[in-house]
Ligand binder design. Structure first.
Ligand code: HEC
Length: 114
C-alpha cells in the first residue's frame, strides 16, 4: 500500500513538472514581427492590389508603417464574411484562422518591426 501511495505521489509530481515546463515553453514563444511573420502573409495574400511593385494602386501594404497604422482596419476586414461589404482579400477566398491569427497576434505582441 505504501509503495502504491509513493508511486502515485511521484506520478502526480511528474505530471505537475511536465505541465510546468510546457507552460514555460509557451511563454517563451518569440513575439511576432513585421519582418519575420507579417510581411510574407501580406505579400502572399494582398498582392498585387496593395503591393505597388506588383502594380497595385490600393493603399500600399508593402511597408511596416502602413501595416502598423491600419492594423485594426485590416483585422476587421479580414474577419468579415466574404459576402460582407469591405471584406478583404477582395473577391478571394477567406483567409484561414491561422493566417488571421498572425495579424491579431502581431498586434497583441506590440506591432514590432524586427
Ligand atoms: C484583388 C485585389 C485586392 C486584394 C487581393 C486585397 N485587397 Fe484590400 N482593397 C482592394 C480594393 C479594391 C480596396 C478599396 C475598396 C474598399 O475599400 O473596399 C481595398 C481596400 C482595403 C483596405 C482599406 C484601405 C484602402 O486601401 O482603401 C484595407 C485595410 C484592405 N484593403 C486590406 C487588405 C488586406 C489586409 C488584404 C490581404 C489580406 C487585401 N486588402 C487584399 C483590393 C484588394
Amino acid at each position: 500500500m505504501k509503495k502504491l501511495i509513493t508511486g502515485s505521489a511521484m506520478l502526480v509530481a511528474v505530471l505537475i513538472l511536465a505541465n510546468c515546463s510546457s507552460t514555460k515553453k509557451i511563454a517563451a514563444v518569440p513575439k511576432l514581427t513585421y519582418e519575420t511573420n507579417v510581411k510574407t502573409v501580406v505579400v502572399g495574400n494582398c498582392s498585387p492590389c496593395h503591393i505597388p511593385a506588383s502594380g497595385g494602386n490600393k493603399r500600399p501594404y508593402d511597408n511596416y508603417a502602413n501595416l502598423k497604422s491600419d492594423i485594426d482596419e485590416i483585422i476587421r476586414r479580414v474577419s468579415l464574411q466574404t459576402t460582407e461589404r469591405g471584406y478583404m482579400p477582395f473577391k478571394r477566398p477567406h483567409l484561414s484562422d491561422s493566417t488571421i491569427m498572425v495579424f491579431k497576434q502581431w498586434k497583441a505582441d506590440g506591432l514590432l518591426e524586427n
